[in-house]
Design a protein around this ligand. Structure first.
Ligand SMILES: Cc1cc2nc3c(=O)[nH]c(=O)nc-3n(C[C@H](O)[C@H](O)[C@H](O)COP(=O)(O)OP(=O)(O)OC[C@H]3O[C@@H](n4cnc5c(N)ncnc54)[C@H](O)[C@@H]3O)c2cc1C
Length: 322
């Protein structure tokens, strides 16, 4: 590991300033960043720890009935918070499904949504396209965990569980930078590889996610998160699904269905949402929604199984609401 400087600013403004020099990297819980530094995934000259900035901590209720989650709030706190568990089950479930208890205690929700890709070529000794090279090695190589939606020129999948739930909840992020703070809808936060292959989100090097704002939940809203992984202990999602449905008199009046583990960012399946909206959920409707969801998939050699998995996950999740 190369030597690097370490600073621990006491305010967001100081952190933004400290991040404004070449090779500076933001450190929250460090569970992802330090692995990247150790493995030489990206050059690091200065680590800027935001762990001492008090305003970035904690979960609070908003006057409109929504909630604010500070970016430094640990994933364990999100998973265990009574208000989140009561109103935003999809997020509590997604947070509970992240990694292991140790990682949930140390990792933060801001770090979870900003973590770097887990693709083994990106993390390994390959000068892949995401590191500035000219090849995505997954196309011809070992690609069983890669994208079936939105892939190309790089085929990584976004690794975060909580981002999928936050996308289904239509959360908003507060981004702090040298010119102050601005709201960013989570659906505008992530970048597809064909727009910028070197980045996963819109943040500039000297910008910070300060908090996550959850909108109020309307009456009749129900939500769930399901995660399929290759073993029954900590692991990233092969496929995950976040559903936020509003159900009145047994009819679905609105639906947000977002998938994880299948694309470069939380992948909203609008065709499935349309297929269930305005109807009572039954087996035929769930199967139609599942079929509609996979119509645009482009699997690589070894990811065809994910198409079937997505269909199963959608049917199972929808029928659980019926
Ligand atoms: C063995 C293992 C298994 C895992 N399994 C899962 C899993 O099943 N599901 C899952 O979702 N995740 C999983 N993870 C990822 C883990 O959840 C993340 O490492 C963790 O959430 C990152 O949070 P952190 O606070 O430690 O971030 P850090 O490591 O400090 O930062 C991660 C990245 O985000 C940036 N960053 C952090 N906070 C901010 C912020 N507020 N604003 C802007 N940028 C920021 C950092 O600069 C860095 O690039 C796993 C990790 C490991 C090591």
């Amino acid at each position: 590991m190369n030597n690097f400087a370490y600073v621990k600013p006491g305010s967001v403004a100081e952190a933004v300033k400290a991040l404004g020099t070449k090779g500076a990297r933001l450190h929250a819980g460090g569970t992802d960043l330090l692995g990247c530094v150790r493995d030489g995934v990206m050059p690091v000259e200065k680590i800027v720890s935001i762990s001492g900035i008090k305003e970035l901590n904690g979960i609070s209720a908003r006057p409109d009935g929504g909630m604010r989650i500070g970016a430094l709030t640990t994933i364990a706190e999100v998973a265990g918070h009574a208000g989140i568990r009561e109103k935003y089950q999809v997020l509590a479930q997604a947070a509970s499904d992240v990694a292991s208890p140790q990682l949930r205690n140390q990792g933060t929700i801001g770090g979870n949504i900003c973590q770097r890709p887990r693709c083994w070529y990106f993390r390994g000794d390959f000068n892949c396209a995401r590191k500035g090279g000219d090849t995505c090695y997954a196309i011809e190589g070992e690609n069983q965990y890669h994208a079936i939606y939105g892939g190309g020129p790089c085929f990584y999948v976004h690794p975060s569980d909580t981002a999928v739930a936050l996308a289904a909840l239509q959360a908003q992020l507060t981004v702090a930078g040298p010119n102050g703070r601005r709201p960013v809808r989570i659906q505008d936060f992530f970048i597809s590889p064909d727009k910028d292959i070197l980045k996963e989100n819109i943040l500039l090097p000297n910008e910070i996610v300060a908090d996550i704002q959850l909108p109020p939940i309307t009456a009749g809203t129900r939500s769930s998160y399901r995660k399929i992984r290759s073993r029954g202990t900590w692991d990233f999602a092969l496929v995950s699904i976040a559903c936020v449905l509003r159900i009145e008199n047994q009819n679905v009046t609105s639906a947000r269905i977002v998938l994880g583990g299948v694309g470069p960012y939380p992948w909203r399946v609008e065709a499935a949402e349309k297929a269930v909206t305005g109807k009572k959920i039954d087996s035929a409707g769930a199967a139609a929604a599942a079929q509609a969801a996979v119509s645009g998939t482009t699997p690589l050699r070894d990811t065809g199984y994910k198409v079937e998995m997505v269909k199963g996950a959608i049917e199972e999740s929808l029928l659980a609401f019926a």
